[in-house]
Design a protein around this ligand. Structure first.
Ligand code: NAD
Ligand code: MG
Length: 383
């Protein structure tokens, strides 16, 4: 049967690579696309992939786009209502969540309720609403197929294994562009330096998250929901070249890993065709050139993103939302050069300190917690 997908966040790093996978395979249809403000690229994508529906955030942009594609059979919508409509589009079986940030929560839930499998890249959604999303997926009998490379690696390793034979998850980390540096050296790092990831080319927000190790923290929380493993059984291992994408230790002591050259198209394609594997062009691992794979412990004292994330996850309930929302806002401020790199940690920590945990937050409470966290940051970190 021909597959049909919808791509939420089609103009970003994961979104464009998803469409490359679609283009290269030639047997997946695209029913809907959604993007933020890059309507030039979105128009090109509409012309190439002929979706029935396109969503953009601002109604002003929607007006411009509607005009530009009036020769085509596509409807252009906007706002959260637009995102929800594209997420629920009846023709699609899979929603690829390639949007950045917890704005993805409501569309993801809407797609699940409409019976769609989720190819999940948008980790912030699972971090903040995993306790709602995982049971909802179970209730509607839909799959959450991980796209994040570490989680895809674990998902691939677990193929055919029983959940109870997992002893622990070993999530690998590159250590980011500042690996080996100490706190003092991080005081004055520039945005451009933080945006230079050693192995991956990604969107700006996740690239900064990789530099702070917040990304690894988010991934630990993401893994907990995806694979139902206790926090104490998720270990982070630094493997600077990103050759091992993650590993699982089983009860008998066996450790299985997924390796490969760093290429997000592999996890994207695996999620779209699961459980099938397809040919994927690209560089293969050459072990004679590689010679060695090295490991280190993460430096959690300098890169506090991981420790703060573990703390947020242990306190649970609405605390991961505060951690995530504070980070989203802090990273945006850092990218605008309003705060320093290390202020990102201070903002997260202060936001967490003053929050009273709500134990099992409903969707409204998560969104309220997000809004309150933003409000507090804006008043405390005025610019
Ligand atoms: P990106 O910034 O490159 O792209 C984000 C996309 O979301 C863009 O298409 C943007 O237009 C769209 N978007 C943003 N705000 C929107 C809004 N209000 N309405 C509609 N669309 C909106 O980000 P990315 O690097 O592709 O990351 C996307 C998600 O995938 C993130 O959650 C990230 O953590 C995760 N992820 C990315 C990578 C990677 O290699 N890039 C790897 C693993 C996980
Ligand atoms: Mg990752």
């Amino acid at each position: 049967m021909e597959k049909t997908i919808a791509v939420l966040g089609s103009t970003g790093s994961i979104g464009t690579q998803t469409l490359e996978v679609v283009r290269e395979n030639g047997d997946i249809r695209v029913a809907a696309l959604a993007a933020g403000r890059n309507i030039d690229l979105l128009e090109k994508q509409i012309r190439e992939f002929s979706p029935l529906l396109a969503a953009v955030w601002e109604e002003e942009d929607a007006k411009v786009l509607r005009d530009r594609v009036r020769d085509l059979d596509v409807r252009v919508v906007s706002g959260m209502e637009g995102l929800l409509e594209m997420a629920r589009i009846p023709q699609a079986q899979i929603l690829v969540t390639a949007i950045v940030g917890m704005i993805g929560i409501r569309p993801t839930m809407a797609a699940i309720e409409a019976g769609k499998d989720i190819a999940l890249a948008n980790k912030e959604t699972l971090v903040t609403a995993g306790h709602l999303i995982m049971p909802l997926a179970k209730k509607h009998g839909v799959r959450i197929l991980p796209v994040d490379s570490e989680h895809s690696a674990i998902f691939q390793v677990l193929h055919g294994e029983e959940p109870r034979s997992i002893r622990k998850l070993l999530i690998t980390a590159s250590g980011g562009p500042f690996r080996g540096k100490k706190r003092q050296e991080l005081k004055n790092v520039r945005v451009e330096d933080a945006l230079k990831h050693p192995n991956w080319s990604m969107g700006q927000k996740i690239t900064i998250d990789s530099a702070t190790l917040v990304n690894k923290g988010l991934e630990v929380m993401e893994a907990r929901w995806l694979f139902n493993v206790g926090l104490e059984d998720i270990q982070v291992v630094v493997q600077p070249k990103s050759i091992i994408h993650s590993m699982v230790e089983f009860v008998d002591g066996a450790v299985l890993a997924q390796l490969g050259t760093p290429d997000m198209k592999l996890p994207i394609q695996y999620a779209l065709y699961y459980p099938q594997r397809r040919y994927l062009p690209g560089e293969r691992l050459d072990f004679s050139a590689l010679r060695q794979i090295s490991f280190e412990e993460p430096d959690e004292e300098t890169f506090r993103g991981l420790a703060l994330a573990r703390d947020a996850a242990e306190r649970g309930g609405s605390m991961p939302t505060v951690f995530n929302a504070a980070n989203e806002r802090a990273v945006a401020k850092f990218l605008r050069r309003e705060i320093s790199f290390l202020d990102i940690y201070t903002i997260i920590e202060e936001a967490m300190e003053r929050h009273q945990v709500i134990a099992h937050p409903a969707l409204e409470e998560i969104l309220e917690t997000e809004a309150k966290t933003y409000e507090w940051i804006e008043s405390r970190w005025k610019h």
